[in-house]
Design a protein around this ligand. Sequence first.
Ligand code: ADP
Ligand code: MG
Length: 244
Amino acid sequence: MLQGIGITKHFGGLAALSGVSFQVAPGEIVGLIGPNGAGKTTLFNIVSGLIRPTVGDVRMGEMKITRLAPYRISRLGIGRTFQTPRLFPHLTALQNVLMGAFFRQRGEASLRTREGAGGEAMRALEFVRLGDRAGFPAALLPPGGRKLLELAMVLATRPRVLLLDELMAGLNPGELQLAMRLIRRVRDERGAAVFWVEHVMEAIMGVADRVVVLHHGEKIAEGSPRIVAEDPRVLDAYLGERAA
Ligand SMILES: Nc1ncnc2c1ncn2[C@@H]1O[C@H](COP(=O)(O)OP(=O)(O)O)[C@@H](O)[C@H]1O
Ligand SMILES: [Mg+2]
């Protein structure tokens, strides 16, 4: 469904990505891992239309989406969260999700009305267990709550593919367990595919169907979590980072 073909991105003299290809099939949870600076967020920025690749293409189904504006990519059903949540701090949790449901909507008639968007927003908040915080200003939520709120915002757009950029960083152990269950439920109950950057290895290894590994902008491994975790190139990449 979502596909990247030979993606290269140069920032001046730095090759942040070199010829990276990937696929995310419907209903699949694909982990994207790699040491800091590997190019994971850059790949998400390209898929979501924030930046353009130097070389290569992104496709959603048969459609080439490489040069579409971010709002058009969002309306095709590709939603994302950011490493640092992008919220409206002075609006309530519910109003934040309404921004997602109403302004980033994919054109379903049910979301175009205030009532339709409101119902969808409340359901998304309840899904991430923030229903009882609907009237709280986003700025007053704890860090984990802000990350879950951003997840609700993107879920309210009803994505067909959900890109998660380090959703679990900064979550407490209870929130982490909740987030792992939510990612599975996003797939099982909402039918979305998930493309997921995470440093919390136990979460990736426990939830992802398949893992793609980037290192210095190159794809160095891909496969089932168990096989990738034992791949010498992957171990070297992570050990190298720790030694540095
Ligand atoms: N807008 C940018 N301008 C210049 N360099 C960038 C930019 N964005 C990312 N980079 C560089 O590209 C490399 C990959 O970064 P990033 O994709 O954020 O890595 P990751 O998310 O895997 O930690 C890093 O060396 C980073 O400094
Ligand atoms: Mg990153």
